[in-house]
Design a binder for this molecule. Structure first.
Ligand SMILES: Cc1cc2nc3c(=O)[nH]c(=O)nc-3n(C[C@H](O)[C@H](O)[C@H](O)COP(=O)(O)O)c2cc1C
Ligand code: SF4
Length: 396
């Protein structure tokens, strides 16, 4: 029953998935001290047993100082046994495992730094999140820093393949390290890494190429992008299409067109209720609380929720690239899935709907009227900073 293909096995490059539905990267806040916990395994196992084709672990940063907070995981030998156990447990259910690989660049509030250097971005600039760690100005990366960064991505790819990940998702969007180079808002460099679109894409493409060399042509590498940063001076929809085309031409195996940035316009990627109240409530430091109260309304400007809110923009990406396109954004019901697949998308990533209901896939397959019940209240989002990690507050 239902739209043909959604719940049927499908290939993503060389990888066979049991259906066309993928759990989106949602940093769960369940890696205390950077170590994957039993609760992280249980969280993903619930979703795997609910029928998802592939799940995505996030964040997987390429080095310790690539973390926004020190409760995030970085890929290194010290977590090999925990991570391998988690991957194998999920794979036993028939669900594949991807890892979203990222680096914060200058977007960091981490005080537990390992390299003895402050977080850096493409250009020296004021970074509001740095205020919370006493580092409001982030320096510009040197050419040596850039080479080092590429090596960390290369090593991450090799580590992930060795541990048994089925796929890699590189984060090129949302205002993190690589996206800071792509965006004219944050990249003001005048060397070969800044200025033109080609120069701004140089580092992201070097990263893709370095990771590809490590894992080979047969290993799926996906890319998540921001179709627009939704901020003045940043990537707009026209530039977002060029980003998608550049990655497609460079051999990416699938694109996930999201939008917005955590640094400038978070709610653009989520829609629905603002996360401001939850973010303020999560802060223990009175100065940070005050800063968030002042800056919160501008940082977390509300956008009304509409089902499949990126559909029209993502169709433009789909029309311009040859690789598979994995739709993301506002799929909460079976009707939403039908709409997206009828528009010709290859796969769908689901975020909040699976936090609300880990059994989403099995239920949606059997009930054309199925609704996960996610209200897009977005209370789960600030819980990434909660010691127990994220949960749907409606499930209590
Ligand atoms: C709690 C939470 C954590 C998230 N963490 C990440 C992340 O680590 N990386 C990322 O690219 N997006 C992250 N997102 C955004 C989702 O991947 C997705 O783009 C967004 O939720 C829209 O999809 P949805 O409507 O299916 O939820 C997060 C979302 C939520 C709700
Ligand atoms: S807390 Fe629950 S209902 Fe609210 S957005 Fe998150 S998953 Fe949806």
């Amino acid at each position: 029953m239902g739209t043909p293909g959604i719940f049927e096995p499908a290939r993503l490059g060389s990888l066979k998935l049991r259906n066309r539905l993928i759990k989106a990267a949602t940093f769960e806040g369940m890696t205390p001290g950077g170590v994957p916990s039993q609760s992280l395994q249980d969280f993903h196992l619930d979703i795997a047993m609910g029928g998802i084709g592939m799940t995505t672990l996030s964040y997987c940063t390429t080095e310790a100082d690539g973390r926004i907070m020190d409760t995030m995981m970085w890929l290194h030998d010290g977590i090999e046994s925990e991570l391998t156990k988690l991957i194998k447990a999920i794979q036993k259910t028939g669900t594949k495992v991807s890892g979203q690989v990222t680096h914060c660049g200058h977007f960091s509030q981490n005080k537990n730094l390992h390299r003895g250097q402050p977080p850096k971005g493409p250009s020296k600039m004021f970074v509001p999140i740095g205020l919370t760690a006493g580092r409001p100005i982030a320096p510009a990366m040197t050419l040596d820093d850039i080479d080092h960064l590429v090596r960390t991505y290369r090593d991450a790819a090799s580590f992930m393949k060795r541990l048994g990940f089925d796929a890699i998702e590189i984060h090129f969007g949302h205002g993190y390290g690589l996206s800071q180079f792509i965006s004219p808002k944050t990249n003001k460099r005048t060397d070969e890494y800044g200025g033109s679109h080609e120069n701004r894409m140089r580092l992201p493409l070097k990263v893709l190429s370095a990771m590809r060399k490590e894992v080979g042509e047969d290993f799926p590498i996906l890319g998540k992008i921001s179709m627009t940063d939704a901020v003045k001076g940043g990537v707009d929809y026209a530039l977002g299409l060029r980003v998608a085309k550049s990655l497609d031409q460079a051999g990416i195996d699938g694109l996930i067109p999201s939008a917005g940035t955590s640094s400038y316009n978070t709610m653009y990627m989520f829609r629905g209720d603002s996360i401001a109240h939850g973010m303020i409530a999560m802060q223990s430091n009175p100065l940070t609380k005050l800063a968030l109260k002042i800056m919160g309304p501008a940082m977390w400007k509300k956008y009304p929720y509409e089902p499949t809110y990126f559909l029209e923009a993502a169709k433009q990406v789909k029309a311009e690239v040859t690789c598979p396109v994995i739709y993301i954004g506002g799929c909460s019901t079976r009707a939403d899935l039908d709409r997206v697949f009828e528009a010709g998308f290859d796969f769908v990533q689901l975020g909040r709907a699976l936090i609300k209901d880990p059994n989403f896939v099995n239920k949606a397959e059997n009930d054309p009227d199925y609704d996960s019940g996610c209200t897009h209240c977005n209370f789960c989002v600030p819980l990434i900073q909660h010691p127990d990690g994220i949960r749907c507050v409606l499930n209590e």
